[in-house]
Design a protein. Structure first.
Length: 145
C-alpha cells in the first residue's frame, strides 16, 4: 500500500525473479535441498531491497520536481550503484563458497549465484520496463510512488 503502483511493479518483478530462478534450476536439473532453499530466499530479500532503493530514489526525484519518466530514469540511475555493489559482492562470496565448499555448501553457492543474476535482471531490467511503460501510459497524469 505504501508504494501503490510501484509496489505492484515490485511484486511482478519478484514473481519474474522466482520464475527465472526456478527455471534455470530446472534446466540444470538441480535438486532442491534446504541449503538450496536458503540460496533462493537470500536473493529474494536482496530483490526486495533493490526495489525499495529504486522506489525511494524515484520518490526523491519526484519530490525534487522531476516528472514521470525523468524521475524514474533518475531514480534507477541513482539506485543502480548500490544495487550492483551489494549483488556483485554477494556473487563473489557465492563463487568463493562454490570453489572451496563441498556438498550442500556448493548447492547453496550455486543457487545463490543464479539468484543474484536473476535478481539483477528482474530488479534493474524487468521492473524498469514496467515502470517506464506505466509512466508512458500515464503521460497526461502525474506520477506517484
Amino acid at each position: 500500500i505504501y508504494y501503490r503502483l510501484a509496489g505492484l511493479v515490485a511484486d511482478i518483478a519478484l514473481v519474474i525473479n522466482v520464475v527465472l530462478l526456478l527455471g534455470v534450476l530446472a534446466a540444470f536439473q538441480a535438486t532442491l535441498t534446504l541449503p538450496g532453499i536458503a540460496g533462493i530466499v537470500l536473493p529474494l530479500g536482496m530483490a526486495v531491497d533493490a526495489n525499495v532503493l529504486i522506489n525511494e530514489r524515484t520518490r526523491e526525484e519526484l519530490r525534487g520536481g522531476q516528472t514521470g519518466l525523468a524521475a524514474i530514469e533518475a531514480g534507477y540511475s541513482r539506485a543502480l550503484p548500490a544495487i550492483l555493489d551489494s549483488n556483485v559482492t554477494t556473487f563473489l562470496a557465492g563463487l568463493i563458497l562454490f570453489q572451496f565448499g563441498s556438498g550442500p555448501i556448493k548447492g547453496f553457492a550455486l543457487t545463490l549465484c543464479i539468484g543474484v543474476c536473476s535478481t539483477i535482471f528482474s530488479a534493474v531490467f524487468a521492473a524498469r520496463v514496467f515502470h517506464e511503460a506505466i509512466a508512458l501510459g500515464r503521460s497526461g497524469q502525474s506520477a506517484s510512488i
